[in-house]
Design a protein around this ligand. Structure first.
Ligand SMILES: Nc1ncnc2c1ncn2[C@@H]1O[C@H](COP(=O)(O)OP(=O)(O)O)[C@@H](O)[C@H]1O
Ligand SMILES: [Mg+2]
Length: 414
């Protein structure tokens, strides 16, 4: 059958008896039954009552123990129906938990961006809970998910911005802000991937090569990915002066070649974020000494053997500035007053903050300083690691390492 999720909310508060008996008879979700009853005007339901009901539901869902959506779960949900079931089962719970996470912030009601994010999540929770069971017809669910994906794009930049505000007002300190964002974003990665996976499975828009299933490509070619990033960024006027090249190597004894089972759409984002940082540092190094230096190349090395695929992004942009070195993995590093008022951070173009789609959307504020920590979170979720080596005055080497994902390793992921 189609997506269906077992109802377990509302036991603490039962706003009305009629819809519950309706629900039992039709096997519908109570919320959906309620909606149907309202439509047939047997029950007149005020918006206020519905809001109360949803608030109670959010409270209840947030008390459930939330199991993260593992990458293995996403791999295993390889039809639109099964991905849809996973979404209906897990997203309301995750959204409720995130709403409570927001409400734990001091004075959150005073920060408009936080209020916005909370409203976005509440709306999505409600839309999912009010979805009527359409059997095998996924149209409504697809519309609902598409709408969620669109509305949620602004969440990452809004939160990055809001944390800056909260720190400026002394409501939170850097450690708290970073930890709070970390918790929020770790949880968001999996649900964001799951909704994209569903969208691609359902639209059949997951690639023409035949090796793709949703977000997973069983023959993902990391060289291709890196070349695509270079082509894209070379056309960007901010970086077109920076020479960029890709070199790839396969270990001589490897049987598997360089292709691996992976998520090309995310690999592109990770590599792009790092190459943008490198290209930006390269340009900055040039600006600092225009008479002596032409832009040095950014080189991407791709190597593979039968166990792993590794990508190195190497630049000669002078290395990570001393005042940044301790805080590059901190989510709120660029958002405090001192940093955002320093000359270096006011000017840079806003689009150096990537993750524009599918992760964030609006480039509300230039350089939120969330690129590196977010890139590392995604890499870790994908079972890999990200390390940086900065050589003072010389440049940075960023290393991304992924194990090949196969049937045996899949259960240990995420
Ligand atoms: N390749 C690099 N070379 C020099 N500095 C870098 C490099 N990558 C990152 N940095 C420094 O680390 C900071 C944080 O990077 P990131 O998390 O991507 O945030 P953002 O790009 O939004 O500033 C950058 O602002 C920059 O100062
Ligand atoms: Mg960056």
């Amino acid at each position: 059958g189609g997506p269906r999720c077992s109802y377990s909310g509302g036991s603490r508060r039962r706003p009305h008896d009629a819809p519950r008996s309706e629900a039992r008879r039709d096997g519908l979700l109570p919320a959906a039954a309620w909606r149907q009853a309202r439509a047939s005007s047997r029950v007149t339901l005020s918006e206020t009552r519905l809001q109360e009901f949803m608030t109670a539901e959010i409270g209840y869902f947030a008390t459930m123990s939330v199991r993260p959506v593992k990458l293995a779960d996403i791999f295993q949900a390889d039809t639109p129906e099964s991905a849809g079931r996973l979404i209906l089962r897990s997203l309301p719970m995750h959204f409720a938990t995130r709403i409570k996470h927001i409400e734990a912030l001091p004075k959150w009601r005073d920060i408009p961006e936080i209020v916005d994010v909370r409203a976005t999540l509440t709306q999505s929770f409600r839309n999912l809970r009010l979805l009527e069971n359409q059997g095998s017809d996924l149209t409504r669910l697809s519309e609902c998910i598409e709408d969620i994906r669109q509305r949620h794009k602004s969440i990452v930049p809004l939160l990055g911005f809001a944390m800056g505000e909260m720190r400026a007002e002394g409501l939170v300190n850097e450690a708290f802000a970073s930890e709070w964002l970390h918790t929020f974003l770790v949880a968001r990665i999996s649900t964001e991937m799951l909704t994209l996976h569903y969208t691609l499975l359902n639209s059949g828009d997951d690639g023409t090569s035949g090796s793709c299933r949703g977000i997973v490509d069983s023959r993902c070619d990391p060289r291709d990915i890196c070349t695509q990033v270079v082509e894209k960024l070379s056309q960007d006027p901010r970086f077109s002066a920076v020479p960029m090249k890709v070199e790839s190597y396969v270990c001589g004894r490897s049987e598997k070649g360089i292709e691996f089972s992976f998520l090309p759409r995310y690999l592109i984002l990770l590599v792009e974020e790092l190459v943008k940082n490198s290209a930006w540092a390269t340009m900055r190094a040039c600006d600092a000494a225009p008479q002596t230096k032409a832009p040095q190349p950014v080189t991407i090395f791709v190597g593979a053997d039968d166990r792993q695929v590794m990508i190195e992004i190497s630049d000669k942009g002078g290395g990570i500035p001393l005042d940044r070195q301790d805080r590059i993995w901190c989510f709120a590093s660029a958002s405090d007053r001192d940093v955002s008022h320093s000359a270096e951070d006011v000017a840079p173009p806003r689009a150096t903050l990537s993750w524009s789609d599918p992760l964030s959307g609006l480039g509300i504020k230039p350089r939120l300083g969330m690129g590196l920590p977010l890139t590392r979170l995604y890499t870790q979720y994908l079972g890999g690691s990200l390390e940086l080596m900065s050589i003072p005055g010389v440049g940075v080497d960023a290393f991304i390492n992924f194990r090949r994902i196969d049937k045996q390793s899949i259960d240990t992921l995420g």
